[in-house]
Design a protein around this ligand. Structure first.
Ligand code: ADP
Ligand code: MG
Length: 239
């Protein structure tokens, strides 16, 4: 089981509260969309879960194992958490294949695993020898997801992975990525600005406002019963 539990997490930067008492449960194998205005703390939340930074207070656990906020902190590379940044953040000097294989320990199954995850995100083997700049933005994002999924993480975090893509590419890339995530059944958090994306992607949608989760629940419930006028306005544009 790989249920992710964030409990009462608080984070400040330079005395400014950025996350305040954030509590969120993402059940094993489920998908949660996190939406909120720019600067509301979405990326900070993902960075704390990934282990790139530590909370000031509160706990983060995965499958019952404390990752942060307990007596010891599990370092990022041992958390079983994959991360996909907004721009993919592929290593520019490595080929697609080398990017995907990067986090994998040497083993007989390594090249088979690269082929497997490339297929999962619909990246043909003909692309494995290319460099990131020779790919479209959508292909780069799919490679970034393949790289994140290759070590079989328990959780994948996607930080606005489609926002830099133009509209045509975005719809196709989103479909390919969602299909890959559905197949891999990995516990996922997607941060997005796009309300339609949030409502269609998640088993749960969490709305973050000024560093607090103002509402979380199944998309239909949140859509039908928004707790604030701001949430209603944000979600109202979707249909
Ligand atoms: P979002 O992803 O929702 O746009 P962020 O989590 O990136 O928001 O940032 C939330 C707030 O925290 C912003 O005001 C941002 O400037 C601040 N912040 C984020 N990271 C740092 C940091 N490393 N140092 C100082 N301030 C930061
Ligand atoms: Mg952000």
């Amino acid at each position: 089981m790989s249920t992710l539990i964030v409990t009462d997490v608080t984070k400040q930067f330079g005395g400014q509260p950025v996350l305040q008492n954030v509590t969120l449960t993402v059940p094993s194998g489920s998908r949660t969309s996190v939406v909120g205005a720019s600067g509301s703390g979405k990326s900070t939340l993902l960075r704390l879960i990934a282990g790139f930074d530590d909370p000031d207070a509160g706990q983060i656990s995965l499958g019952g194992v404390p990752l942060a906020g307990g007596v010891s902190t599990v370092p990022a590379h041992r958390r079983g958490v994959g991360y996909v940044a907004q721009d993919g953040a592929l290593f520019p000097h490595l080929t697609v294949g080398q990017n995907i294989v990067f986090g994998l320990p040497r083993s007989a199954r390594r090249s088979a695993r690269v082929a497997e995850v490339a297929a999962l995100v619909a990246i043909g083997t003909d692309l494995l020898g290319r460099y990131p700049h020779e790919l479209s933005g959508g292909q780069q994002q799919r490679v970034a997801l393949a790289r994140a999924l290759a070590p079989e993480p328990q959780v994948v975090l996607l930080d606005e992975p489609f926002s830099a893509l133009d509209t045509g590419l975005r719809a196709y890339t989103r479909r390919a990525v969602i299909a890959a995530l559905e197949q891999s059944r990995v516990t996922t958090i997607l941060v997005t600005h796009d309300q339609e994306e949030a409502l269609s992607f998640g088993d749960q949608i969490a709305i973050i406002d000024g560093g607090r989760i103002s509402q979380a629940g199944p998309p239909a419930l949140v859509f039908d019963n928004p707790h604030t006028a701001g949430i209603a306005e944000f979600l109202g544009d979707a249909i």
